[in-house]
Design a protein around this ligand. Structure first.
Ligand code: PLP
Length: 371
């Protein structure tokens, strides 16, 4: 049993692909991590492909180098899906299914795409929970029923959902699923793609890199041992450590308390019921210059996000909130995402509320001076 990253650094320097003793010790560690991730997901170890993170897992799942499938994604997918599918060559056409105002998947739109677009086969890729709002896109499991009816391949981007929602792939008819270590407090730069055995037998997905035969030929390159071990370790901790699971359960109470405290000056974006417990996306009607407000909060040590950062480092109006509320809506320009972790304390939440209230007062003063 490995206790720390430093232990791994000093003991497992052998290349896992080398056949000498040092290499096979590293290999054993990787296979142990594969087993840990597989059992946390209810999958077989041979169905887990280690990657450099959620972005790469999503890219491998959807790049479809030989253009065998048409793609359908939701309008609020992470940029690693959204931008990838926009760059695919002709013949891999992607349709985008809308979301409802509460951020859940618009099933009617999906059905209409499935019935009107002509293609040999489809891959539908939908995130389990949205990274900005925390909304669970398919809370009733309708995608699985549609999959039975239309026979598409289903990929779930579970980067935000893994560890916060139960996932048991032994009775969930999903073909591919992406996870990332850093969302579980593992190391950044490691992740995994689950690929169902029957899909692997059809030689899908295609590897994105050219190289050796690592990761069952799906992902060449010497494995990121430390990152992989951190993913395996956290996956096991999260799924079988009762104390840790209890701490995960406490997050919701703190998040709900926080939202109630701010209810007079904010509104919750997205479905209140169908959300993962650690995310709160709030619209503050008094805020119209998000970058200014974020700067004020950051100066007061409250590390929160507006939307995705563009190349200039400034927050752009959120694509996700714009999809939900429309381009004319003020919501994307005045909304902030708050993320809690197992380590967030109630004292910190109390402090966050008072910082936000004071920051709004200061924001209004600055705006007054700028008039
Ligand atoms: N998918 C979702 C829903 C995410 O939130 C993220 C990262 O935040 C990713 C994919 C990309 O994962 P990674 O940062 O490991 O590349």
């Amino acid at each position: 049993m490995l206790n720390s990253v430093s232990e791994a650094v000093f003991n497992y320097y052998g290349n896992p692909s080398s056949i000498h003793r040092c290499g096979s010790e590293s290999r054993d560690q990787i296979e142990n991590a594969r087993q840990q991730v597989a059992s946390a997901l209810g999958a077989k170890p041979t169905e887990i492909i280690f990657t450099s993170g959620g972005t790469e897992a999503n890219n491998i799942a959807l790049a479809d180098v030989n253009a065998r499938f048409a793609k359908i994604i939701s309008a609020v997918e992470h940029s690693s899906i959204f931008n990838l599918t926009r760059s695919l060559p002709k013949g891999s056409a992607t349709s985008v299914a809308r979301v409802n105002k509460d951020g859940t998947l618009n099933l009617e739109d999906l059905k209409s795409i499935l019935s009107t677009v002509k293609a040999e086969g489809f891959i539908v890729s939908v995130m389990l929970a949205n990274n900005e709002t925390g909304v669970i896109l398919d809370p009733e499991g309708d995608l699985l029923k549609l999959k039975e009816e239309y026979g598409f391949l289903l990929h779930l981007d579970a980067v935000q959902g893994f560890g916060k929602l139960p996932i048991n792939l032994s009775d969930l008819n999903v073909d591919m699923l992406s996870v990332s270590a850093h969302k579980l407090h593992g190391l950044k730069g490691a992740g995994a793609l689950f690929v169902r055995e029957r899909l692997q037998r059809q030689s899908y997905p295609d590897p994105l890199f050219l190289g050796g035969s690592h990761e069952s030929n799906f992902r060449p390159g010497t494995e990121n041992l430390m990152g992989i071990l951190s993913l395996g370790y956290m996956a096991e901790k999260m799924s079988s450590d009762r104390h840790y699971k209890g701490r995960l359960g406490d997050i919701k109470a703190k998040r709900d308390w926080f939202e109630t405290e701010l209810a007079d000056i904010s509104q919750i974006n997205g479905s209140k019921e169908n959300r993962i417990d650690n995310t709160s996306n709030l619209y503050f009607p008094e805020i119209s210059e998000l970058n200014l407000f974020l700067e004020i909060l950051s100066e007061r040590n409250l590390c929160v996000s507006g939307q995705s950062a563009c190349s200039s480092g400034l927050a752009e109006p959120s694509r996700v909130l714009t999809e939900m509320f429309g381009v004319e809506s003020p919501v994307p320009k005045g909304s902030i995402r708050f993320s809690l972790s197992v380590d967030t304390t109630q004292e910190e939440m109390v402090e966050a509320v008072s910082i936000i209230r004071e920051a709004i007062g200061f924001y209004k003063e600055v705006k007054e001076v700028m008039k």
